[in-house]
Every structure is written in C-alpha cells, then in structure tokens.
Design a protein around this ligand. Structure first.
Ligand SMILES: Nc1ncnc2c1ncn2[C@@H]1O[C@H](COP(=O)(O)OP(=O)(O)O)[C@@H](O)[C@H]1O
Ligand SMILES: [Mg+2]
Length: 385
C-alpha cells in the first residue's frame, strides 16, 4: 500500500466499531491504519485500507501484522498478555503496554492496584468458594455484585446476587482457567460517570469533560456530555483520579475510568484502555475526537484539544431490535431532523447488538436528549409515524 512519505502506520487488533471509527480519524491525520479482523465483513474490515484476517489470540497472525508498523494498539482488551509481552520483548512498540493493559483485562488486578493507590472503590473480595461469598455477605449484606474477573463486556459477566441460593447457582458456573469470581459491594449509585483522558509516552495528558453514562441491562445506552449538575469540584476530582491512574499505570492512548456517583462520593468501577462508548459524543461534540486522540497518543504526537464545541452533546446508542429495515428509517431520521448526526457501524441487525449511535449537540439539554432519543428509537423501529 502506497502512503505519504514519513507518515506512520498504526496496527489495531480487532475489527469492531472502535477500529472503524479510528479509521475515520486516521484518514484526516494521514496515518495508515492496519487492522486485524476476524472476518472480511466485520465493522472495520469494510472500511480500512489494509485488513489482515486473523484471530486476536493468534500469536502468528499478530506477529505478521505487526511487522513494519510504528505502533500496535487495540480495539478491545482480549489479546492474551503473553502475546503482547512477546512482541514487546522483540522491540515492537505496543501501546498501551502489557503492564498497563493487564489492569484493564483483569478486574481483580485492577482492584488490587486501585487499593494500593488509595483510590476510592466499592468493597470487593475474590470468591474461591461459597463460604467466601457468605463471609462477604456478612460484611456488605445482600444483594451484592458478582463479576467474572476477565472477558466480560456490555454487562455480560456481571450479576446481582440476592441470596445464598443465587450465590451457589452463580458459583456453580464453569470458569476459564485464568478467570476468578470477583464479588463487589452493590453501590446504589445516583448515576454513572465516565472520565476519559488521553496520555502519550512523552508524557502529555489531556482530560475530556466528565460525562454521565446510562446503562440498560449493563450496556451503555445514553451519554450526556458534560455530566449535568456535576459540582465543578467533583468533576475536577474525577479528572484527577483518571489522570492519577493513567500516570500510575503508565497508560498510553485513551483511558476511560467508569465511575459511580453516589451523591456524596465518586468510586471507580472499571478501566478501559482504548476508545470507549462513553466518548463517542466527541466525534461531533469535541474539538478532537477520542479516536483522533487515541491515535495521536499512541504515536506520541501532540494531543488535540478535548474541549466541547457546544453546551451539550447527547449520544444515544442504536441497539438492534426486531426491526431490520434500517435504511428506510435512516432516511426518515435525516429528513426529520438535520441536526442529528447518525453513525452506523456496518453491522447486521441483531437483537441487543450495538449497531450505531446518534449524536445531537444543542444549547438546550432537554432538546438534545429528545432529538437523539427519538432518532435512535426510530432507527430501531420503536416508533412508527
Ligand atoms: N458494584 C456495583 N454496584 C452497582 N452496580 C454495578 C456494580 N458493578 C457493576 N455495576 C453495573 O453493571 C454495569 C456493568 O459492570 P462493569 O463492571 O462495568 O462490566 P462490563 O465490563 O460489562 O462493562 C455497570 O456499568 C453498572 O451499571
Ligand atoms: Mg463497564
């Protein structure tokens, strides 16, 4: 593939929508993106110039795609650490590096690390047996949360455990060899927040406005940027926590810190070291999108401004339902409201699957919420007019 002289090549492992949207940023930057995709039909495989087909846990496939690249990065956290360590030991630049990424892959490791940094988080315990769970229930009482330490996403791998019968049922499920049961205190949060930062090896760091995220059945559905009615001191505290974590773990690229806002304090839920659903608003709502800043950060380029371009931006995920005639609805949404920015991921409609998102910016939050929610609902067939 011919490319502009001197401009770098970035390898991204994983061909989902995050890679697809990173390609959008790579085009403007003149950076070459090379993606390892499971199939030629995956979201990013449809749009990226250089696609390699292979699995994210196939060391040979990853080695092959990494040759000649300036940096290797990720669209998800499921690449085995041994593969990443091996690349690093042979001089391949991987960002985020294995030491940082370990904490986004394994929630137990993350909890231990946050504890050592004295960062506020829910009470937690690794459960090796039902009696460990009973002991934990004596401390935090039912209901509490049980999670798999690795491999979960979009709420798959998170359960509410309301009594000892459920505890026994949950722990009777088979676990992968390197996976543990993590119990957490149930936090009756007022809302969830996300604090995103981009950090380069230089190191330079920028913090995005703290956003409110709303989850449905564990999956992100709505993001409001910035988080409404967030005390400015609280917002700065959340940004500080994210920056402290990024520095302490030597994160390079984007870091999202998912937070619980209890009304009186802010607790860390989990970490993602890649572009994140809570930052999709930034494509239309910020001076520099999270995808562009992820590329800038992993390439050690100066970072772009994370400032919001308007008072409010609302992002609503388009999540597949029973309705498959998306294109008709798509045209209707455009005709109805020229302020709605629709982002489709090129995925087939399947129930419960993230297939796109919409962004709406406005001076008026209620207006942005209404317009974005209407468009997302209409696209999936929840509204007929
Ligand atoms: N300790 C907790 N207390 C209350 N709700 C929780 C807790 N942990 C997770 N949740 C809820 O479940 C969602 C998914 O959990 P999370 O650990 O972020 O898993 P995933 O990796 O699937 O995103 C969270 O966004 C939150 O809504
Ligand atoms: Mg999460």
């Amino acid at each position: 593939v011919a490319k502009a002289h001197g401009f770098p090549t970035v390898v991204m492992i994983g061909g989902g929508q995050l890679s697809r949207m990173t390609q959008q940023a790579a085009i403007a930057l003149g950076v070459e993106l090379r993606v390892l995709s499971q199939s030629p039909t995956e979201s990013a495989a449809q749009v990226v110039g250089e696609i390699f087909i292979g699995q994210h846990d196939d060391a040979a496939a990853i080695e092959k795609i990494a040759i000649g690249a300036d940096v290797v990065t990720f669209d998800h956290e499921h690449v085995p650490l041994e593969i990443i360590r091996d690349l690093e030991s042979r001089g391949v630049v991987v960002r985020p590096g294995s030491k940082a990424l370990a904490h986004a892959q394994d929630k137990v490791l993350m909890r231990q690390k946050l504890e050592s940094l004295e960062i506020k988080q829910p009470k937690w315990k690794v459960l090796n047996s039902i009696s460990d769970g009973v002991e934990f229930a004596n401390v935090v009482s039912y209901p509490f949360i049980i999670k798999v330490s690795r491999g979960g996403y979009d709420g798959r791998g998170v359960w509410v455990c309301k009594d000892e019968t459920e505890l026994a049922d949950l722990l009777s499920q088979p676990l992968g060899s390197d996976v543990q049961w993590l119990a957490e205190e149930f936090i009756p949060f007022e809302r969830e927040l996300s604090a995103q930062v981009a950090r380069s090896p230089h190191p330079q760091m920028i913090a995005y406005p703290v956003v409110e995220t709303q989850q449905k059945e564990g999956m992100c559905s709505v993001v409001i940027a910035p988080a409404p009615n967030l005390d400015p001191e609280r917002a700065v505290e959340a940004q500080r926590v994210a920056m402290q974590i990024a520095d302490a773990l030597d994160v390079t690229g984007m870091l999202a810190v998912e937070l619980f806002d209890t009304g009186s304090e802010i607790l860390v839920n989990e970490l993602a070291m890649r572009p994140h659903n809570s930052g999709h608003w930034s494509i239309d709502g910020a001076i520099t999108s999270q995808f562009e800043n992820h590329l800038r950060a992993v390439l050690d380029l100066p970072l772009g401004s994370p400032k919001a371009k308007s008072e409010w931006t609302v992002m609503v995920n388009v999540i597949g339902g029973d309705f498959s005639d998306m294109f008709h609805a798509f045209k209707h949404c455009m005709a109805r409201d020229p302020h709605v920015k629709i982002h489709m991921y090129g995925k087939e409609v399947r129930k419960g699957r993230k297939i796109g998102h919409v962004n709406v910016s406005s001076e008026d939050l209620e207006d942005a919420l209404r317009r974005a929610q209407h468009a997302a609902d209409y696209l999936i067939g929840n509204i007929e007019e």
